[in-house]
Design a protein around this ligand. Structure first.
Ligand code: 5U1
Length: 670
């Protein structure tokens, strides 16, 4: 029997500790010393030790759980976790703002500026105020369950604050490591003979992927929340600014540097201000995010592909560093293109250790006359391949000589060719060239293509070098016994790989088209072609004229696609894939909007949305909205107290529909 006084004391201690966590992590305004806090914590831990029946999962003492044994379970997000598209300067931002204004039929738009942290996106689910699950973004649809590790993040409440918590709240934000934390962590890594983390993002990601939460608990992880996913059982604020206050009141940390601004000028002023103060912030930021402040307008704007139309990232200009060119290598790509690459003395640029930079092509290399031994400036912008922005000619060693571009492929020795007027030098070896073969297989197996788990660079090298794989179709003939002959491949791994290859036979048309590596066909074009033709057969039968009817397919792409499918070698590979049992899931036909091409007149007052909103939403779905009813009008939408337009519609025999029908139309995505 546990004395009532003990129960009450345990509850009181938990309340106090939670409140002090809130003061410390959310308000950044602690009211007690660390020693006083530690004393409260120690008292609670001692009582829970004595009365283990009193321990609850949301007690502040219960942050570090058992190690994960079977890897991280996949978690399907209730709503996709979007990623942000970028603007690269004032003109881009003005375009973004113009598109927002047009879609909203608005004059000036109120935005909110927020710092963009260099961390890892996370989704945290609270049920009845208690932390139930945390997942990484993954591919935006399915992430990994990292609940045990997120629980160790001190600033992340295990229980939400207040008496009015939503029944279900999925909050989204960024897990990051503050600058001081990264410095200390890297010092520890070095002292333990480990490799330092190149940037806070890697450090945060590495920490969250630990099998043992006790290790994660030692990492100085922090959290800022900035959005919600699923939400039920509570009132919602009207604005992003209000949402951040709402999250903060629930005890969730939000970034204090946000600012509500008006239009492009306000956004740019915010960007400039944060860029100036960047170094004095306690965490690394790589830019800012602008979001339309009205949550209702965010819903109206919706999303395209994986990015919202109502938010955009504006990065800071990339950083540059000087370093030395130690060698120039020539790499051979999937299509045989020869790309010169500078091998650099490793240097940290913008948080990443850079050791290679592309020199683009033979012409560019000759034009810029970059030589081995030169001191160059390297720039890294976001995730793009590092570039050399300048050469310090004054520091060029006397021994440095111009680079002589090879006239034979460095991999297979075939002669190189250059189309007249073209910039690209190619190996003429085609699939005789193992470099091209390897790249083709790698691309085919990659995540966004056929997604064959376990086929990495080294394995493809071996498969091609041993002659086991000459075309992508050969992958499907590999047996466990074949694979077992390879280096570092046990029977179990070989079995798993054969299974993964077999599973990849169930695919979709966009993935296959992308995976085939057809020149000019990236992921977006593969999608477009699939939607248009629905089957591989229909696409293969299409001539150039038919291909050019697909949006965005011009004569160059049409020619490339046609050439690919009429090339006998490719025909053979496709036939072999079919014979291997490739199954392409049928494409769902795109449902055209019910109002596309229709002329619609609105009359009377609408209850659910303003006239301007309704007009914008209908236009976004391809309708024409006009003021007066004529014989050409397809529908009149009548709200409350409609005017004389109704009579005119009836006289002309134009159908009159109510607001419910309008809402039905608007439920279809624009
Ligand atoms: N500050 C901030 N960072 N960030 C990143 N807001 C924000 N919003 C994001 C992302 C990926 O996505 C929204 C679409 C919720």
């Amino acid at each position: 029997m546990i004395p009532k006084t003990v129960r009450e004391r345990v509850e009181a201690l938990r309340q106090q500790i939670r409140e002090h966590n809130y003061l410390y992590y959310v308000l950044d305004n602690p009211e007690i010393t660390d020693a006083e806090y530690d004393a409260l914590f120690a008292e609670l831990a001692a009582l829970e030790h004595e009365y283990p029946q009193l321990v609850t999962a949301d007690s502040p003492t219960q942050r570090v759980g058992e190690p994960v044994t079977d890897g991280f379970r996949p978690v399907r997000h209730g709503q996709p976790m979007l990623s942000l598209s970028n603007v690269f300067g004032e003109d881009d931002l003005a375009d973004f703002d113009r598109r927002v204004r047009e879609r909203l039929s608005a004059g000036v738009v109120t935005y909110i500026g927020e710092p963009k942290l260099d961390g890892l996106a996370i989704s945290i689910l609270y049920e009845e105020g208690v932390l139930k699950q945390a997942a990484t973004r993954g591919d935006g649809t399915v992430g990994e369950d990292v609940t045990a590790n997120v629980r160790t993040v001190r600033g992340c409440p295990l229980r939400l604050r207040g008496s009015d918590v939503p029944a279900r709240l999925e909050v989204r934000g960024e897990i990051y490591i503050p600058k001081a934390g990264l410095k200390a962590l890297n010092a520890r890594q070095l002292a333990a003979q480990g490799r330092p983390f190149a940037n806070p993002r890697n450090a945060a990601a590495g920490s969250l992927r630990q099998q043992n939460p006790a290790v994660t608990a030692q990492r100085p992880l922090s959290l800022f929340c900035y959005a919600i996913g699923e939400f039920a059982g509570g009132g919602m604020p009207d604005t992003q600014d209000g949402l951040l206050d709402f999250l903060k009141d629930l005890g969730l940390p939000v970034n204090p540097e946000r600012r509500v601004v008006e239009g492009v000028a306000g956004c740019l002023a915010y960007h400039a201000d944060l860029q100036r103060r960047r170094d004095s912030l306690p965490y690394d930021i790589d830019g800012v995010v602008y979001k339309v402040n009205s949550l209702r307008d965010q819903v109206r704007l919706g999303a395209v592909s994986r990015s919202p139309r109502w938010a955009v990232a504006h990065k800071f200009p990339p950083e540059e560093m000087p370093t030395r060119v130690e060698a120039i290598e020539v790499q051979v790509g999937r299509t045989g293109a020869l790309t010169p690459v500078a091998v650099l003395r490793p240097v940290a640029v913008g948080g990443v250790v850079v050791s290679h930079a592309t020199l683009h092509n033979a012409f560019e290399l000759a034009r810029r006359d970059i030589r081995v031994g030169d001191t160059v400036h390297v720039r890294r912008a976001g995730d793009v391949i590092p570039e050399i922005t300048g050469v310090r000619l004054s520091e060029r060693p006397a021994s440095a000589v111009p680079f002589v571009f090879p006239d034979h492929c460095p991999v297979c020795g075939s002669p190189v060719v250059r189309a007249e007027g073209g910039m690209i030098t190619r190996c003429a070896g085609g699939l005789f060239c193992d470099a091209q073969r390897k790249q083709t297989v790698r691309h085919f197996a990659s995540r966004r293509a056929l997604d064959i788990e376990g086929i990495g660079e080294k394995l493809v090298d071996q498969l091609v070098d041993t002659g086991l794989v000459r075309t992508v179709a050969d992958l499907y003939r590999l047996s466990v016994e074949d694979l077992e002959t390879l280096e570092r491949m046990g029977r179990r791994s070989a079995q798993k790989l054969v299974e993964a290859i077999r599973a990849s036979r169930q695919t979709t048309l966009p993935k296959l088209l992308y995976g085939l590596g057809i020149p000019e066909v990236g992921e977006a074009t593969a999608q477009m072609l699939s939607r248009h033709f629905c089957t591989l057969g229909a696409l293969m039968a299409a001539d150039e004229e038919t291909l050019m009817k697909v949006p965005d397919i011009g004569p160059v792409a049409a020619h490339a696609i046609r050439t690919f499918f009429t090339e006998p070698h490719n025909e053979k590979v496709l036939a072999a894939l079919k014979a291997a049992g490739l199954e392409i899931a049928p494409m769902e036909a795109v449902v055209p909007s019910a109002v596309a091409g229709k002329t619609i007149v609105l009359t009377g007052s609408l209850r659910g949305l303003t006239r301007a909103d309704a007009q914008a939403a209908l236009r976004a779905r391809g309708a024409k909205v006009t003021e007066s009813v004529s014989a050409r009008t397809d529908y009149v939408v009548a709200g409350d107290d409609p005017g004389s337009k109704i009579e005119r519609a009836r006289a002309l025999g134009v159908p009159v529909v109510g607001e419910e029908q309008l809402q039905e139309w608007l439920r279809e995505p624009a």
